[in-house]
Design a binder for this molecule. Structure first.
Ligand code: CMP
Length: 143
C-alpha cells in the first residue's frame, strides 16, 4: 500500500475542475484519506519546490502556486504514485497522452492543473509539508 500527495493547483480551482479531477482518481479505485482547500504560504511553496530552485521557471512557479487556493489531497492504494501520475500525464500539456488530465484540460506547462508526487520519499515529504498526521484518516476500503 502506497500513499501519494496530489494538489489541484490554482488554475484547476479557478476553472472549477476539482470535481472532475477528483472523480478520475475515485473511478480508478484509489482511496482518498485527506483533503483540504488552502492558500499555500511562500514558505510551503519554497519547501515543496525546493528541487527547482535556480531554474528559470522557479520564480513564476512560486508566484503561480501562491496566487490562489489549492486543493491538497492524500490518496492511498497499491502503486498509488505511478497510477496517479499515469492519470495526470506529462508536465507539458503538448506531451501528455490523450485521456490524461493535463492533455484533456490544459494547454500549458506551468499552469498544468495538478501536482502528483514522483516517489515514495517525495510523497512523505510533500504530505508532511501540507498535512498534520491527525488530518489523515486511517481506514481501509472494504471493496
Ligand atoms: P509539478 O508536477 O507541480 O512539478 C514542478 C512544476 O514546475 C510543474 O508541475 C510545472 O507546473 C512547473 N514546470 C516544470 N517545468 C516547467 C517549464 N519548463 N516551464 C514552466 N513551468 C514548468
Amino acid at each position: 500500500m502506497e500513499r501519494t500527495f496530489l494538489m489541484i493547483k490554482p488554475d484547476g480551482i479557478e476553472r472549477g475542475l476539482i470535481g472532475e479531477i477528483v472523480k478520475r482518481f475515485e473511478q480508478k479505485g484509489l482511496q482518498l484519506i485527506a483533503a483540504k482547500l488552502l492558500q499555500v504560504s511562500p514558505e510551503q511553496a519554497a519547501t515543496h519546490y525546493a528541487e527547482h530552485r535556480g531554474k528559470d521557471f522557479y520564480e513564476p512557479l512560486i508566484q503561480f502556486i501562491t496566487s490562489g487556493p489549492v486543493f491538497a489531497m492524500v490518496w492511498q492504494g497499491d502503486r498509488a504514485i505511478a497510477l496517479s501520475r499515469s492519470l495526470i500525464g506529462k508536465t507539458d500539456a503538448l506531451e501528455a497522452a490523450p485521456g490524461t488530465i493535463r492533455a484533456d484540460y490544459s494547454v500549458h506547462t506551468r499552469l498544468n492543473l495538478i501536482h502528483g508526487s514522483d516517489s515514495p520519499e517525495s510523497a512523505e515529504r510533500e504530505i508532511g509539508n501540507f498535512f498534520r498526521p491527525d488530518e489523515i484518516v486511517a481506514y481501509t476500503k472494504a471493496v
